[in-house]
Design a protein around this ligand. Structure first.
Ligand SMILES: [Fe+2]
Length: 387
C-alpha cells in the first residue's frame, strides 16, 4: 500500500505541558468525580518529593488516596496484580501514576485488571484485547523518555518466563498526561542519557516505521531536532531547566509519533533483551541502535536521509551508502557524548542466548512495522553484531 493512500489514525491524551503541571493532579481527579485515588509510584520517585506534591493537590480537593510503591524498574505481573487488589480492597475509583515508564505501565495494567474483575494481566497480551474501559487514569512522567504517558503501549515483565510482553490498545492511552519538566530534575545524568536516547529511538523508529504518516512525521522530526540538539547539553548541565523543557517536549513528541506509527526492530529486540536480563530499557536500546539502523537502511534510504539531515548530518552530494555511513558514525558519536558505549557482552549476554532472544523478538508487535521485513535469522545476526 502506498504511503500516500494508506489510512492513518492519531490518538492522544489530554496533555498539560509545563513547569508545575503536577500540581493540577487534584483538579483533574476532581473532574472525574474521584473519591479515592490509587497513586502508583516507586520508592525513588517518592523520595524525590514528586509524590508528595501530587498527594497535597489531592488533599486540597478533599480527595482520599492510597499509595502503592511496590513497582520494580521492569514492572512485573505480580506487582500489577497486587496493585489491582489494593485498588479493589480500598474502593478506589481513579488511578494516578507518578514516575518513569515502570510506575506508569504498572498503573495502566492495574486499570485493565481492575476493569476486568481481577483477571490476570497476562490474559491481555497482544493488540486490541481489552473489552472493558479502564478507570480514569492520570499520568505524571518524571523521566523524559518512555512516553508511556501518551502511548497506546503497556510493557510488563514476566520473571517466570524471563520475557516481557506488550499490550497495545487505545484503551491504555491515559485520560490526562501532566508533563512537568521540573520533575525530571531528580534524574541522574546516566538516567537522563538512557531515557533521552530511548526517546530519540522512538522518534527514529516511528519515522521509518511502515505505519508512519503525515500526522506522526511532524512529531517524529521535531522530536529528533529537540533531542538531537539538546540531550548531550542536558547531560553536561543537569541544572539547566530550559534544556530540560526542550528534551521533555522532544520526548513527548516522540511519544505521540510512536504511539500512533508504532516502532521497529530496536524495540522488539530491546523488549526481549530487557525481559531476559532485567536490564534498563534505555541501555538495551543504546546497545542495539546503530546495528538495527545499519540493517534497516536499504529498506528506506530516503527516510533515513531525512533522519540524518534532521540530526544535523551534512548529506549534500552524498550517495546512499555514504549517507548510511555518516548516519551510523553520528549515532555512535552521539551515544559517546552521552557516556553510553555499552555492548551486550558487557551486560552478560553471550552468543548462546541469541536464539532465545531472537525468538521472543520475532513475537513482539514492534517487529511488524520495522521498515525491513526480518526473519529470525536476520535478528540473530543483528544481536550478534551488538555483542
Ligand atoms: Fe522505548
Amino acid at each position: 500500500m502506498s504511503r500516500l493512500t494508506a489510512l492513518r489514525k492519531f490518538v492522544s491524551p489530554e496533555i498539560v505541558f509545563g513547569p508545575g503541571a503536577r500540581h493540577s493532579a487534584g483538579n483533574f481527579a476532581a473532574t472525574f468525580g474521584a473519591r479515592q485515588v490509587l497513586v502508583v509510584s516507586d520508592p525513588g520517585v517518592l523520595q524525590a518529593g514528586w509524590v508528595n506534591d501530587v498527594l497535597a493537590s489531592l488533599d486540597q480537593q478533599g480527595i482520599g488516596h492510597v499509595l502503592y510503591t511496590g513497582v520494580s524498574p521492569n514492572p512485573r505481573v505480580e506487582e500489577v496484580m497486587q496493585g489491582a487488589e489494593l485498588y479493589r480492597q480500598q474502593g478506589c475509583d481513579v488511578i494516578v501514576a507518578v514516575g518513569g515508564g515502570s510506575p506508569m505501565d504498572c498503573a495502566k495494567a492495574i486499570g485493565i485488571v481492575a476493569a476486568h474483575g481481577g483477571q490476570p494481566i497476562t490474559a491481555f497480551e497482544g493488540v486490541d484485547t481489552i473489552r472493558v474501559p479502564s478507570p480514569p487514569l492520570i499520568l505524571i512522567p518524571t523521566t523524559a523518555g518512555t512516553s508511556a504517558d501518551v502511548s497506546q503501549f503497556v510493557i510488563i515483565s514476566s520473571r517466570a518466563e524471563r520475557m516481557k510482553f506488550s499490550i497495545v490498545s487505545k484503551a491504555v492511552v491515559p485520560d490526562v498526561s501532566l508533563i512537568d519538566p521540573e520533575t525530571t530534575a531528580s534524574m541522574s545524568p546516566f538516567l537522563s542519557a538512557c531515557t533521552g536516547l530511548d526517546a530519540l529511538v522512538h522518534a527514529i523508529e516511528a519515522f521509518v516505521s511502515t505505519g508512519s504518516g503525515a500526522l506522526t512525521d511532524l512529531h517524529a522530526l521535531e522530536a529528533m531536532r529537540l533531542i538531537g540538539g539538546n540531550l548531550a547539553g542536558l547531560v553536561r548541565q543537569p541544572g539547566d531547566l530550559a534544556l530540560r523543557e526542550k528534551v521533555m517536549r522532544g520526548s513527548m513528541q516522540a511519544g505521540l509519533a510512536f504511539s500512533n506509527a508504532v516502532l521497529g526492530a530496536v524495540h522488539a529486540m530491546s523488549h526481549s533483551l530487557g525481559g531476559f536480563l532485567d536490564l534498563p530499557h534505555g541501555v538495551c536500546n543504546a546497545a542495539l541502535l546503530e546495528h538495527v539502523v545499519a540493517f534497516n537502511f536499504r529498506a528506506a534510504p530516503e527516510r533515513f536521509r531525512v533522519v540524518a539531515e534532521t540530526l544535523g548530518v551534512d548529506c549534500r552530494g552524498l550517495a546512499g551508502d555514504q549517507v548510511r555511513d555518516r548516519l551510523l558514525a553520528h549515532l555512535i558519536a552521539f551515544k559517546r557524548a552521552l557516556g553510553l558505549q555499552e555492548t551486550l557482552r558487557l551486560y552478560g549476554v553471550s552468543s548462546s542466548d541469541i536464539p532465545f532472544l531472537s525468538r521472543h523478538a520475532m513475537e513482539d508487535p514492534c517487529i511488524l512495522t520495522n521498515p525491513r521485513q526480518s526473519t529470525q535469522r536476520d535478528v540473530e545476526v543483528v544481536y550478534a553484531e551488538a555483542l
